[in-house]
Structure formats: C-alpha cells, structure tokens
Design a protein around this ligand. Sequence first.
Ligand SMILES: [Fe+2]
Length: 190
Amino acid sequence: MSTYNLDSFVNECRDVMSLDGDPVDRVELLVPAMYRLLNGDTGFLKPEHFKSDPDHYARNAIHIEEDDSFSLYALVWSPGQWTPIHDHGTWGVVGVYEGALYEKSYFRTDSAGVIPKSGIVLARGGIIVLAPGAVTSFVPNPDHIHLTGNPDQEKRIVSLHLYGSGMAGFNVYDRPAQTRKWIEVSYNES
Ligand SMILES: [Fe+2]
C-alpha cells in the first residue's frame, strides 16, 4: 500500500466536496484525512512552507483548489504570535505539525442576530493546547469564534489549516467595541 501523501489528501478533499452534505459532514470525513496526512509522507512540506514573518504569523499556501472550494495552508507561528479574535465564516480542519498550538474559544452571549456587525457580546471560553499530531476542527454554526497562537518564548509552531474556501479573509472581532468586520488576509504563494 502506498503512503498517504498530499496528492491522496487533495483527492480525498475533492471527493468529500463532491458529496452532498453540510459542513459538519465534510469535517467528519476530513478530520481523519488530516490525521493521515500528518502521519503519512510529509515530504510535501518544502522550505517555502516554513517561511516566517517577524510582524505576524505567516500563512504559506500549499494548495488552493481552482474553484476556491477548499485550501490548505502551512501557518508558521513565531514565539509570541497570535491571531486576533476571529471566525472564518466556513469550516476548517487544523493539524499540528510542530510545536504546541494554543486555541482560546469565545462564545456570544448577545441576541444581536445571526450575522451582526455590532452588538456582539463575547464571553471567554476554555483553552486547548494542541500537541504535534493533534487535529481539531470547526464548523460555522453560525460562528466558531476563537484565537490561536504561540505563547512560547523560544520555539516556533507549524500547523496545517484546511478551510472550506480559498480563505481570502476572516471576520475579526473587537471585543470592547462589540463589533466585527471582514478583513482580507495575505499569504505567501509557494
Ligand atoms: Fe481560526
């Protein structure tokens, strides 16, 4: 049997995207796929996928499907780098390749509606530490609000992020102002 690799993973993503189903169904099939990818042939990770940026965590594209139906990135978190509080507006599957990635959850306690831009009241939730080989996921029902990052003072983290879109941006929350807005995000082509 051949070793599971990036081609196997992309083909599995295409198969899953061709099925009818809601985000939860897709994530249920793609979490084990991400686990197999992390534990298979990771030779697809080239030096360009480990690029970092001193100003913020780096997003290095591994595969963006032509129709933008899914995308896979390597994120490189230098010590002390975090996202803002955000949601993706789509589903995602995250696997940790190197280091221990922290995720902090937030929960809305307001009744401002499904897709508000203001009046958003967030309560802090729990913290998860994801060690190498761990896989987590999220679905937009309606939002999965979190921040992730690297609290370590010396070591980088590298994680693989599969999203149910081209992931050109995300919703960033301003907790004191009780607002959120869509921000376009850049990435390194590779
Ligand atoms: Fe996220």
